[in-house]
Design a protein around this ligand. Sequence first.
Ligand code: GLC
Length: 649
Amino acid sequence: MLTVLALPAAAGGAVDPRPAAPATAKPLADWPAVKSAVGRDPKIERRIASILAGMTLEQKIGQMTQPDVRYIAPDQVRQYHIGSVLNGGGAWPAMNKHATVKEWADLAQAFHAAAMQTDAKVKIPLIWGTDAVHGHNNVLGATVFPHNIGLGAARDPQLVEEIARATAKASRATGISWVFAPTLAVAQDQRWGRTYESFSSDPALVRLYGAAAVRGLQGTLTGDGDVVATAKHYLADGGTVHGNDQGEARTSRLDLINVHGAGYYSALAAGAQTVMASYSSWTDAGSGAAGGKMHGNRALLTDALKGRMGFDGFVVSDWNAIEQVPGCTKAHCPASINAGVDMVMVPEDWRAFIANTVADVKAGRIAMARIDDAVTRILRVKLRAGLFERLPAAGAFNGRADALEARDLARRAVRESLVLLKNNDAVLPLRRGGRVLVVGKSADSLSNQSGGWTRTWQGTENTNADFGTGQTLLAALREALGADGVEFNETGAGVDPAKYTAVIAVIGETPYAEYNGDIDWPAPLQHSARYKEDLAVLDAVSGRGAPVVTIFYSGRTVYANDLLNRSDAFVAAWLPGTEAAGIADLLLRDGNGRIAYDFRGSLPFAWPGDACTSTVNGTILFRPGYGLRYDSPKAVSALTFTPAPEACG
Ligand code: GLC
């Protein structure tokens, strides 16, 4: 049950929520058959059969093995017939964070050359997968786009497709042909550390975006700027109890199908060629039946996905995820392969995995037919992607640093993603000409702008110099207003705001990824209880003679009534990435005093109205779809602020 706080009358309550997406038809009663845009090609199927017939068991298991580039050398790819590698977050060629695009492309070429030197009858090209989840975010010089939560706020599938296109091109510049995106989580509890990787809590919007992202990434699958996409994490990764990462999704079967499956129907229809299994588990809230960890759930991985939905690409496991299946280890899990995992992401222990799995087949614990099906699927994707016909180094973008950048597109994405929660007395947009005081820990931090999965896994341990491109909001304001027009003081201490025409406070969450970002139940979701410095900086400047405009970076919506009350204007900016000029575009009038851009973003998740509401049910301050516009100003009166309890519940 959704309780929407009756906003103070002056706030006018609702802002007409932009329709999230065409409402889907009546709820599905079962898994739907999905017709993929990438159909069966008899020529490819014949080639698969011919290649498979000539493969040894060791070669087949090698194809199903995916080490991390930190733990395998090219010559071992040759020796063990390895079918794929990945670079997990924080892995770069020669572990050099500043590796050039050419060094990435050279390593891809080296892995390919090794795969071409195996003793197999038919040499099978390797496929390299990477988490390019908001641009080619691991690579120095690559433009970083807003994380998915911001794209959800934009409600613009065309934008999502263009960003995916740019990301695919950047990936191919580094010789990489497989991207572990889009995430199709329909996050239901913002406690989850991966909420920002989810487009929205609204399945209809995720469904709309799933197809757009896959179209952008895969194109025709064989073009110079095309990569293989990954629908992840199957299934209900965003539906766990209290948002516990890798936890238990306790939902009805109908919700599993209609909420958490929504993105997959459109992504698979658009031709997604791979699916990544989720660490989470599923328990049927109706019957109580425990489906267990997804990596061992045959009913969902095989019967539903490959059977009912007709998925004929391949399923890849998540990082060491097979060890979470009862009876399994990182290097040994016949249960997961029998459940339907076709390629195993076994970053370090890949030698043992190969030996164990060969033994499993010889002992009859895994049927050869299952191995042949898995290898068939892997070969099918590689043939569809044209990998047999081209070198990683082939293609117009290979080795080109300019192919990593798409700054104007990212700047537009930032503009479209921002949500204006408050703008009392039409403080925004600011006129140029006066002097602005900028405060806050995130004003000059590309890291805080970009969040997790950026240059490193957690998005931490970076300085602005580790980006090689981009602009902080402080730099963008200085560029727009002139160095003399902007004064920066991170804490706001010792300055008199009355001397300035406005104060811009840039605050919010600091980077995190996966479980490191969980707000573990029963901790409250009150932002200032987690980041005291943000309340302190607003206390230093609020109500002291100049209007305060707060720019709030976050990977989720949070309880922030105390911060809203100290702000005359408040912008939910999510995790905008490297192009903060897109924020300045909306904050400032143009040189002629006109409004250059208006806000268009609207909330993709509910904004909590108390410190313990974090799901689609609860006390909601601003509902999904809320977002103010310059052309439809509405004041937000003082909000009741109740300090968070020690623990919710
Ligand atoms: C991580 C994530 C997954 C990612 C994979 C490879 O644990 O769950 O989203 O693609 O490992 O980095």
